[in-house]
Ligand binder design. Sequence first.
Ligand SMILES: Cc1ncc(COP(=O)(O)O)c(C=O)c1O
Length: 393
Amino acid sequence: MRSLDEFATAKLGELERQSLRRVLADTTRVTGIWALRNGRRLLSFCCNDYLNLTHHPAIKEAAIQALRIYGVGAGASRLVTGNHPLFGELEARLARWKETEAATVFGSGYLANVGIIPTLVGGDDLVLIDELSHACLWAGARLSGATVISFRHADVGHVEALLTEQRRRHPRALIATDGVFSMDGDLAPLPALAAAAQQHDAWLMSDDAHGLGVVGDGRGSNFAQAGKVDIPLQMGTLSKALGAYGGYLCASAEVSDLIRNRARSLIYSTGLPPPIAAAAIAALDLIAREPAYAALPLAKAKAFARAASLPEPASPIVPVVLGEAEAALAASRLLEDHGFLVTAIRPPTVPAGTARLRLTFTAQHPDAEIERLAQIVRDRILVRPRESVAASQ
Ligand SMILES: Cc1ncc(COP(=O)(O)O)c(C=O)c1O
């Protein structure tokens, strides 16, 4: 339809003018760290495959075996005929690993967040959400119809002030935050948030998509700071360090039962493919068996940051904030010229004026390549803003 195509063209033109138009680039990941793009073999530093388990022989074998026996897809929603016994096994292992009574697996992390939050809070209720939380936590919060108020990033004082002012106006309150922030790599102040939640009878929910497998001895961000922090709603994904796909919620038996009864993105969506559940189980086994391996991505991120003269990271994610989208795109192109794949991250994924390179470190990245990357970032990318400031004076 002409008006529809004109609408799309105008919108795309707007994005183009702001250097915010995106294209899907064909990328073939040939190992856990190497990728083929535009006919070139590039060392990827922007994947969430922190433990390179997407290509691990034992994990692939687990998926292949399950695929041979059970087929590809689940065939229906979990509440109809799609609830393969592997899901129960996966959920039991997740609950054991996260030390909760139960766990519930969803089709993806995004589906988990948009299913969990509207099941627990509604129009009369309150959601306080860290301003830098992932888009799907925001989506779940907005979908719930609750009053949604963002708090300043990692600012527990702000959370306390909002709870003092707002809590009594709402029957239920939920505090939502990334455990490891996806674009910044820092950890949420979970011990203090848990204390504030306890004091005001609010429910704390963490999204540990980037924590599971790589911080807190592989158990996630609530095990990474001063012992174990009790969080009643621990959401995460199987698609990053576990190298598979799917989302989960670890919670009490009662909450898990309610989620299975009411979360629309679980009820009205097909269950995970059984081979993917088999891969996730094998990945969890590996992480539990090999803590030294699970510690490598963070150690490599720290080595990079030292070499690039950047602040020490708390997770395998290291942001290099450059400002405008064009600067991030130019830095990404420069790195590609040197054989590295690092996608530029631009608004709206990050706030305006904070476009960046988001570097992610994985267990198998060679130390010499990390050193070479650090040199380029330090000498060719981070010096640029200072040079241009000097030139304009
Ligand atoms: C913090 C965070 N939460 C949730 C998700 C969504 O998870 P999934 O990719 O499994 O949908 C992502 C990843 O994209 C993420 O970074």
